[in-house]
Design a binder for this molecule. Structure first.
Ligand SMILES: [Zn+2]
Length: 340
């Protein structure tokens, strides 16, 4: 159809849907104050609220062009089931990245043992949901949990997602406890492989980037959240030089717009290199779609359409539509595909 351009749906490889409710709050305070507000919100969450609030957030994602979501979930088992229902109601493909949480955070995040964690994963899988393993971070999981989770992922061919190297403090604590940086520990414990997605990797050093490349692991970048939280810039040059696959996530959901995430990525890369066209448009679009699908372990997800009659695309030549989309449009130019 002449007024529409079909595209693969965007894949949001890293979401914490409940954090959508935090937008506008604690903007005047630092990361740790934000985290306290996040914990307060998580503390009171009920399955009923998850069902309602997540359906609303996933509905916004669907409208913004995300048709599949990896929900990195650490707020309870009943709530995980509610998240699956919410996604079905909103019409997005969901992969529930069920978090293992041994220590820290809130009591409701934690399992008593790694055996209890696997029992939760099994019950979600038996209910028919698509599930991935998600040791929350090297802060939240000790070495023996990481080893067992790495083995389980390998044995069952499941994707494994983990936060790492988001804040310098996490690296200092990991060095103090293990004498290793977070990605070194993940490599040693069998948690870095071709089905692994490391979320953030903001402060990864050269050695850690080498480990990612050797493992064939992927990195999920969440530029609007990383900017909002003051995490830092991702080591884009090092990631790109090594050919490490990238995907995107809306993470805290302070913004829900895949085009903005991609534009931010390229904007950061341009500022870091003093060049333009660092990540070609086709590669950016692939990071936003197929690479995210690979990260969450799905082969099929709904397509979307670009409204070529939208004012943001007025006067754009057909050959330049993709570039204009990434560099000059918001998600309001995207709509669900009329073919379903
Ligand atoms: Zn996260």
């Amino acid at each position: 159809m002449a007024d529409r351009l079909a595209l693969p749906g965007f894949v949001n490889a890293h979401s914490h849907a409940f954090q959508r409710a935090l937008r506008g709050k604690v903007e005047g305070a630092d990361f740790w104050a934000w985290r306290e507000a996040m914990l307060d919100l998580a503390r009171g969450l009920t399955p009923g609220e998850v069902r309602t609030e997540y359906a609303a957030a996933y509905g916004e994602m669907r409208a913004a062009g995300y048709t599949a979501v990896g929900e990195f979930h650490y707020v309870g088992l009943a709530e995980a089931r509610a998240a699956v229902e919410a996604a079905a109601a909103a019409g997005v493909e969901l992969v529930l990245l069920h978090a293992a949480y041994a220590r820290g955070g809130l009591e409701r995040f934690r399992q008593e043992s790694v055996g209890e964690y696997f029992a939760q994963v099994e019950s979600l899988r038996e209910a028919g949901g698509r599930v991935g393993l998600a040791p929350h971070s090297v802060r939240a999981c000790p070495r023996d949990w990481l080893e067992e989770i790495g083995r389980y992922a390998e044995r069952d061919g499941l994707v494994l997602h983990v936060h790492a190297d988001e804040q310098p403090r996490e690296i200092e604590e990991c060095l103090a406890e293990h004498g290793l940086r977070p990605l070194e520990l993940l490599a040693e414990t069998g948690c870095l492989g071709p089905r692994t997605t490391v979320v953030h990797a903001t402060h990864a050093d050269e050695r850690e980037l080498d480990l990612l490349a050797e493992a064939g692991a992927r990195v999920c970048l969440c530029p609007t959240t990383e900017a909002n939280l003051g995490d830092g810039f991702p080591p884009l040059v090092g990631l790109l030089e090594r050919g490490i696959p990238l995907c995107i996530g809306s993470d805290s959901n302070v913004r829900i717009d895949p085009l903005e995430e991609l534009r931010e990525l390229e904007g950061i890369a341009r500022r870091q290199t003093l060049r333009r066209n660092v990540i070609p448009v086709a590669d950016l679009l692939a990071a936003g779609a197929a690479s995210g699908a690979a990260a969450v372990g799905i082969d099929e997800w709904p397509a979307i359409e670009v409204d070529l009659g939208h004012p943001s695309l007025r006067g754009v030549a057909p050959s330049e539509t993709h570039a204009a989309l990434v560099h000059g449009c918001g998600a309001d130019v995207l709509t669900p595909s009329r073919d379903g």
